[in-house]
Design a protein around this ligand. Structure first.
Ligand code: PLP
Length: 380
């Protein structure tokens, strides 16, 4: 299985046939404890369910291959994965993070890090000069990026960020949740660690909360992150790991369909008088379009936002009138979701109040367009 593409590897869940029964679908190992050898060693590599389990490790191997990493760790959520990475940095540590990013992580970085010996500077995502100026030589240990970033889809140039960060001996951590490895594999562009809210595209069925870190090298940072996961008990449970593996087997077909539909929807509403602006990296007028063309070889992804002409009230009314799209948070599932983000993110958010975030599912794109068009007409 070493010679096949990551897509084939994932479709076959890494390929192993279960030796006892010949089962094609890998079994779920629920055991929390594993037998010691007579000579007192643990030759099979498993001791206890908090550090590591077979179903989790099998699923990690598939994701590791998808991202082209050296090692992957699965966590109980995307937030657990990201915070574990920050907690693994050598202290004192300074972090540079983007102003526009997943709001829950931005809030944690802004409010909770001082107590654990971390300091954070937030910079404009697309401004490399601001990034360079924010780095404190000898102190900045991590430059964090999210591309495209929630919910306005600012595109960060991973290779350019990596060059600046590495010159200061800082690592680059990339939240690649929205891209998924079908679209961008950040390690190829210079990232040191790739993070996913596996809750989203990787699982793809809105029925698992999970997170991951994939490391370019199986180095001391990886070892510290594995220790943090073990010590705080943040590992993903076996059943969730099984579901995540099941989801990743169809990742490529789902994301390709979602990407094609999102581009169709973006182009359609770019010329609609009831929409003030469509935010999507695949549109030629998007500020990050040129970088996206280089950095998103798999397409521009399944996420876009629209700014509704008529402002916040019209946006909320539009969301109230959809029937096919579901009014809900989260993204990356097979069902299409619509959300008024400013209501969720609160007053400190950089999200425009007239913005609706769209997560495009795998439904018929004509149904999605017709439903949104009806809702935009009904909002008046
Ligand atoms: C959802 C999300 C997260 C957080 O993941 P959880 O699994 O909800 O903890 C982080 N980053 C992005 C971009 C997300 O969409």
């Amino acid at each position: 299985m070493k010679t096949v593409t990551p897509e084939t590897f994932a479709a076959q869940a890494g390929g192993p046939i279960e030796p006892l029964s010949g089962a094609i679908v890998p079994p779920i190992h629920l055991s929390t404890t594993f037998e010691r050898d007579p000579d007192n060693a643990y030759s099979k590599g498993y001791i206890y369910g908090r550090p590591d389990t077979p179903t989790v490790r099998m699923t990690e191997e598939v994701l590791n291959r998808l991202e082209g990493g050296a090692a992957t760790l699965l966590f109980g959520s995307g937030m657990a994965a990201a915070t574990a990475l920050f907690l693994s940095l050598e202290r004192p540590a300074h972090i540079v993070a983007p102003k526009v990013m997943y709001w829950g992580l931005r809030r944690w970085l802004a409010e909770q890090t001082a107590a654990v010996g971390l300091s954070v500077t937030f910079v404009d995502n697309a401004d490399l000069d601001a990034l360079r100026a924010a780095i404190i030589p000898g102190r900045t240990r991590c430059v964090w990026l999210e591309t495209p970033s929630n919910p306005t889809w600012v595109v960060s140039d991973i290779a350019a960020v990596a060059k600046i960060a590495h010159a200061a001996s800082a690592i680059v951590g990339a939240d690649s949740t929205v891209s998924s490895p079908v679209i961008t594999r950040p390690i190829e562009f210079g990232a040191d660690v790739v993070m996913h809210a596996a809750t989203k595209y990787l699982n793809g069925h809105s029925d698992v909360v999970a997170g991951s870190l994939t490391f370019k090298a199986k180095d001391a940072l990886f070892e510290r992150a594995a220790s943090v996961r073990r010590d705080i008990g943040a590992i993903l449970a076996p059943f969730e790991a099984f579901l995540l593996m099941r989801g990743m087997r169809t990742l490529h077909v789902r994301v390709r369909h979602q990407t094609a539909s999102a581009l169709t929807i973006a182009r359609h509403f770019a010329n609609n008088g009831r929409v003030a602006e469509v935010l999507y990296p695949g549109l030629a007028n998007h500020p990050g379009h040129e970088i996206a063309r280089r950095q998103m070889p798999g397409g521009f992804g399944g996420m876009l936002s629209i700014r509704v002409a008529g402002g916040e009230a019209a946006a909320i009314r539009t969301a109230a009138h959809v029937q096919v799209w579901k009014r809900a948070t989260s993204l990356g599932g097979v069902e299409s979701l619509i959300e008024h983000r400013a209501s969720i993110e609160g007053p400190t958010s950089p999200c425009p109040p007239d913005l609706l975030r769209l997560s495009v599912g795998v439904e018929d794109v004509g149904d999605l367009i017709a439903d949104l068009e009806r809702a935009l007409i009904a909002n008046a």
